[in-house]
Design a protein around this ligand. Structure first.
Ligand SMILES: N[C@@H](CCC(=O)N[C@@H](CS)C(=O)NCC(=O)O)C(=O)O
Length: 228
């Protein structure tokens, strides 16, 4: 089966899909040529993927899919023997549970805080920033506590939950999840490093720069008033 995956090397969801594909034994090809923010706006791309975003997947039989988690779950399910969705329906649902918690209560806030800090959401609002950070911390606490007595999130083998969560924890560690917080929740980094450093994932996850202190807002320099 030939699958084409549209992504870019820096895209987290693309890395998660590629890692799942490696463990599931599914081969993924790149599109012949793809320029992000150009080709995804073209009618031929929109005809296949109407939301106009990557990652996006097309199989040889014409089956098409977009949304990173949906693609990752599909790829992970192609080869049930790989165990990426657990061994039964209960484990598959636990995989979903941990992914969903991380998506909606860790990654969402890494994104929103990142957008506040970069001035993409204006005006900057300190109490909102603090509320987002607090909500994320609550989820990080839950995830960390679950790992205190386990190597992996569900069962005894790597599942899609581990791949997804490892990537999002490392991403948070570049914005909000700073040295003090990491020390208080040590299982998360131990787990994330274990997952991304699996020899099969070589070349997919690159090292990230952990922040020492959570990033803070730096107001843009005031424009000088022109003298009359
Ligand atoms: N909900 C989507 C979001 C994907 C997404 O935001 N992709 C960005 C990556 S930069 C994109 O393709 N943006 C292109 C655009 O907005 O035109 C998912 O989880 O896969």
């Amino acid at each position: 089966m030939s699958n084409t995956l549209w992504t870019v090397p820096s895209q987290g969801s693309g890395k998660i899909i590629k890692a799942a594909a490696v463990l599931a034994g599914v081969s993924l090809e790149q599109p012949a040529a793809y320029e992000h923010y150009v080709d995804n706006k073209k009618p031929e791309f929109l005809e296949k993927f109407p939301h106009g975003k990557i990652p996006a997947l097309e199989e040889a039989d014409g089956f098409k899919l977009f949304e990173g988690i949906a693609i990752a779950r599909y790829i992970a399910g192609i080869n049930p023997a790989a165990g990426l969705l657990g061994k039964d329906l209960q484990e598959a649902t636990l995989v979903d549970q941990w992914i969903h918690l991380t998506e909606s209560e860790v990654d969402l806030y890494t994104n929103l805080i990142g957008q506040l800090l970069r001035g993409f959401i204006t005006p900057y609002n300190k109490p909102i920033h603090a509320a987002f950070a607090e909500r994320q911390l609550r989820a990080l606490k839950t995830l960390n506590a679950h790992l205190a007595s386990r190597t992996f999130f569900v069962g005894e083998r790597i599942t899609l939950a581990d791949i997804y969560i490892a990537n999002q924890i490392l991403r948070a560690a570049t914005v909000t999840f700073d040295a003090t917080l990491r020390k208080q929740r040590p299982h998360l980094i131990r787990h994330a490093e274990t997952v991304v450093n699996q020899p099969q994932f070589k070349g997919i996850f690159e090292p990230v720069e952990y922040v020492e202190k959570a990033l803070t807002y730096v107001p843009p320099p005031k424009e000088k008033k022109e003298s009359a």
